[in-house]
Write a protein that binds this ligand. Structure first.
Ligand code: NAD
Ligand code: LMR
Length: 358
């Protein structure tokens, strides 16, 4: 009898120790399967990362890949549906990051508190025949709510914003942060990495190279003609015929639509996007760690053109964007493309700003 009481006390002590200070759900969801892993996982060095939209098409593989990232010590998975299952599943991976799940608006603040990096792939994806701007009405409100939470709970976090239309959602996020008095333009980055990933792949195919050896700067924004690959600046240095230039530019600009059509109503790019998002998040974390020479393309607050936001090569550091590089010499084809890109971008940026200021 006494022995039984001791066992109960021990279980109660372990449970008290394991029960998190917040009200997020337990990954096991069962009273008989206590998590007894906290001694092994406590206090490993690394960054705290949250994924918002973690149960979605991008969110799930992104969560998987971030759980494998040795720079991550704590991984928060937030969504309005299905996070208990995704969290339980991912938490069984024998990698270092501790995974916690959060479900719904009432757990938003707990999910955000203490985060170094917040990655946002929350929102609806395109179906065939839609533009990214057609997602504005739904995704603008989602991004607004999440950014209000960030301003309140982790205003110093780096934000990697994936939700479309990126050309408008980044200005929305900036306006929310301005309103809250927490805006630091260095910490807000629209993720355009998938355009670079696609450009590297398609250019490597044409050149007959390994895509890992190719680096194509892609500037402007993340929709149609605003996606401007600078094929004159490809590394390693190379040249293209006019036909190759037109084929590559069009394929890179329409890469998203190519996937949307192939998926035939089942969504847009998720797997290649998760890969690109992790590549970009890893660069953000290496920058936070103080690594030198971390340079990627991103859609950021910028003075590279007369527009308030523009995607170009940026150097990432302890505060997010530490340096924004000028576009460099453009050829005539790229100069024409730049003018088209700026015209469309201006409207998308204004639309995002107006959504908050209205
Ligand atoms: N930047 C890019 O390069 C890029 C690439 C691909 C997709 N995207 C965009 O990413 C977004 C997500 O795409 P997906 O394929 O993962 O869509 P999805 O529908 O599969 O997943 C989206 C997830 O967001 C969740 N969600 C909805 N409202 C939310 C809220 N208020 N808070 C938290 N989570 C919420 C949903 O429950 C869902 O799990 C889309 O807007 C898509 O256009 C951007
Ligand atoms: O094309 C889309 O709607 C999704 C994403 O922006 C992409 O480029 O794949």
């Amino acid at each position: 009898m006494q022995q039984g009481a001791d066992v109960h006390q021990r279980i109660a002590r372990i449970a008290a120790h394991l029960n998190p200070p917040t009200n997020h759900f337990r990954v096991d969801g069962s009273s008989s399967l206590w998590r007894v892993d906290c001694r092994a996982k406590g206090g490993s060095p690394g960054f705290k990362v949250a994924i918002f939209g973690a149960a979605g098409g991008i969110g799930q593989p992104l969560a998987l890949l971030m759980k494998m990232n040795p720079l991550v010590s704590v991984l928060h998975l937030y969504d309005v549906v299905n996070t208990p299952g995704v969290t339980a599943d991912i938490s069984h991976m024998d990698t270092g990051a501790v995974v916690r799940g959060f479900l719904g608006q009432q757990q938003l603040e707990d999910a955000l508190t203490g985060m170094d990096l917040v990655i946002i792939p929350a929102g609806v994806p395109r179906k065939p025949g839609m533009t990214r701007d057609d997602l504005f009405n739904i995704n603008a409100g989602i991004v607004k709510t999440l950014c209000e939470g960030i301003a309140k709970c982790c205003p110093k976090a780096i934000v990697n914003l994936i939700s479309n239309p990126v050309n408008s959602t980044v200005p929305i996020a900036a306006e929310v942060f301005k309103k809250a008095g927490t805006y630091d333009p260095r910490r807000l980055l629209g993720v355009t990495m998938l355009d670079v990933v696609r450009a590297n792949t398609f250019v490597a195919e044409v050149l007959g190279l390994d895509p890992r050896e190719v680096n194509v700067p892609v500037v402007g924004g993340h929709a149609g003609v605003t996606i401007l690959p600078l094929l004159s600046q490809v590394k390693p240095p190379c040249s293209f015929t006019q036909e190759e230039t037109e084929y590559l530019t069009s394929r890179i600009q329409n890469g998203g639509t190519e996937v949307v059509e192939a998926k035939a109503g089942a969504g847009s790019a998720t797997l290649s996007m998760a890969y690109a998002a992790v590549k970009f998040a890893d660069a953000s974390l290496r920058g936070l760690r103080g690594d030198a020479g971390v340079i990627e393309c991103a859609f950021v607050s910028s003075q590279v053109t007369e527009l308030p936001f523009f995607a170009s090569r940026v150097r990432l550091g302890r505060n997010g964007v530490e340096e924004i590089y000028p576009l460099g010499p453009l050829n005539e084809y790229e100069r024409v493309g730049l003018e088209k890109a700026k015209k469309e971008l201006a409207g998308s940026i204004d639309k995002g700003v107006a959504f908050i200021r209205k």
